[in-house]
Ligand binder design. Structure first.
Ligand code: LLP
Length: 421
């Protein structure tokens, strides 16, 4: 069965009837599937194992979806975490992810966050993925103060141009991310910054929603080259996240399979590193979207129709504060009616927020929808709830999980006025 499928004209998500869920739960709400999440993680991890990658560690990027119950499910399967704040670190550890499996990314770690990370992990954090000399200096001094040794990974800027939206492209010179080759090599020589720090890995993350892997291959090759030049006994090579999904049907053919991706990683590492070195560092991955995007949908109700000459607006109760991607990146997400019917008109599906960009889809062919009808926004498990806000003083929506036994579980309550105000 597909993740989304009509049965007796009623849309099912992960074998669950969406309309029945909406009967007892206030829209808009996120609906996640444990089954899909588990499968996505297992496919990813197993793909790495099948490609002969050495002792792979999959560090789920919490920023894509830090929901407690979802992170717990991943932790139980052995997932690690890619985190970018003290909050994400606390969440990951509370959900059962051991410090040894956590990589701390981000250009702006604060002193407070660094000290917290060193303390709670007792210096065992898999690594601080660092992006500047000042950061190394600060981490080293924090480690000294806490009488620990910080495990350091250099995040490289491999100077590549992946094909993706410019806002989520991160591997080129003009981007704030990563270190240039010459800087990596010179920072290593700064003895004073290594008194309480140890280089354990190299990493890259060149962008997100990547469907074309040419730049990824180039970036991994560059990382291997630098790894050899450092002559450091690296424990791991971190190839970052970024693997995309097919949001639009036209992307399905272009979307790399896990097998293709893992084979590319393996072949590149083999050619550019293993064949030239006796070291066998483990491979770390930081996927977010590929694990969680398809494991979630946003369920919304139609409030009303508005027809302005040629423009037919269907106004729904979910807004850009609930799901940002279309308004922020012009991202495409399928809008699908919960009751199956033939498309008869082209409409703009818009939310209630006072911004013109609060639009989930323009000129979408849809059946006639009336007040109270349900629609879903597809593939919203990643960068959905996590990028939401209280804009327009709207409460954050409910999050529900379809568990493996098909039972529904509330994994985050909707914010009511009391909490909101
Ligand atoms: N590692 C690092 C260091 C990252 O910055 C990110 C994402 C990831 C891993 C996970 O990337 P993924 O596998 O999910 O592509 N809000 C945007 C995406 C921003 C991604 C930021 N960094 C969106 O909705 O498309």
């Amino acid at each position: 069965m597909k993740n989304l499928e009509y049965k007796n004209k009623k849309l099912q998500f992960s074998k669950t009837d969406i309309a029945s869920v909406a009967k007892n739960n206030k829209t808009p709400f996120y609906l996640y599937s444990e089954e899909i999440l588990v499968k996505n993680y297992q496919d990813f991890y197993q793909g790495a194992v099948n490609a002969n990658l050495i002792n792979p560690l999959v560090c789920f990027a919490l920023k894509s979806n830090p929901n407690k119950e979802l992170v717990k499910i991943l932790a139980k399967m052995g997932s690690g975490a890619d985190i970018v704040s003290g909050g994400e670190l606390k969440r990951a550890m509370e959900c059962g992810i051991p410090a040894e499996k956590i990589v701390f990314s981000g250009v702006g770690k604060t002193e407070e966050e660094i000290l917290y990370a060193l303390k709670v992990s007792k210096g065992k954090l898999c690594s601080f993925n660092i992006e500047s000399l000042e950061e190394l200096e600060l981490i080293n001094s924090c480690a000294k103060r806490t009488k620990t040794v910080a495990r350091i990974c250099f995040r490289l800027n491999p100077v590549v141009k992946p094909k993706t939206h410019k806002y989520i492209s991160t591997g080129n010179k003009t981007h704030k991310f990563g270190l240039l080759e010459k800087d990596v090599l010179s920072f290593l020589k700064e003895k004073k910054y290594w008194s309480h720090s140890k280089l354990v890995g190299l990493s890259i993350h060149i962008g997100s929603q990547l469907l074309d892997l040419k730049a990824t291959k180039k970036a991994i090759a560059k990382m291997c080259d630098i790894a050899l030049k450092t002559q450091a006994p690296l424990e791991f090579i971190d190839v970052g996240g970024g693997l995309g999904v097919d949001y639009h049907p036209s992307e399905t053919k272009r979307m790399p399979s896990i097998e293709e991706y893992m084979t590319l990683v393996y072949k590149t590492l083999h050619k550019e590193f293993y064949s030239k070195s006796d070291l066998r560092p483990r491979v770390v991955f930081e996927p977010g979207r590929r694990i969680i995007a398809k494991a979630g949908i946003l369920v919304m109700r139609v409030l009303r129709n508005k027809i302005s000459e040629d423009n037919h607006f269907v106004i729904v109760d979910g807004g850009m504060n609930d799901f940002m991607r279309p308004s922020l990146y012009g991202a495409y997400h399928g809008v699908t009616p919960v009751q199956e019917a033939k498309a008869t008109t082209r409409v703009h599906v818009v939310g209630p927020i006072c911004e013109t960009s609060d639009c989930f889809g323009s000129d979408r062919p849809l059946p006639a929808l009336k007040s109270g009808d349900l629609v879903i926004l597809e593939d919203t498990g990643a960068y959905g709830y996590s990028m939401g806000s209280n804009y327009n003083l709207r409460g954050r929506p409910l999050e529900l999980l379809i568990q493996k036994n098909q039972k529904l579980k509330t994994v985050n309550k909707a914010q009511d006025y009391k909490e909101l105000l």
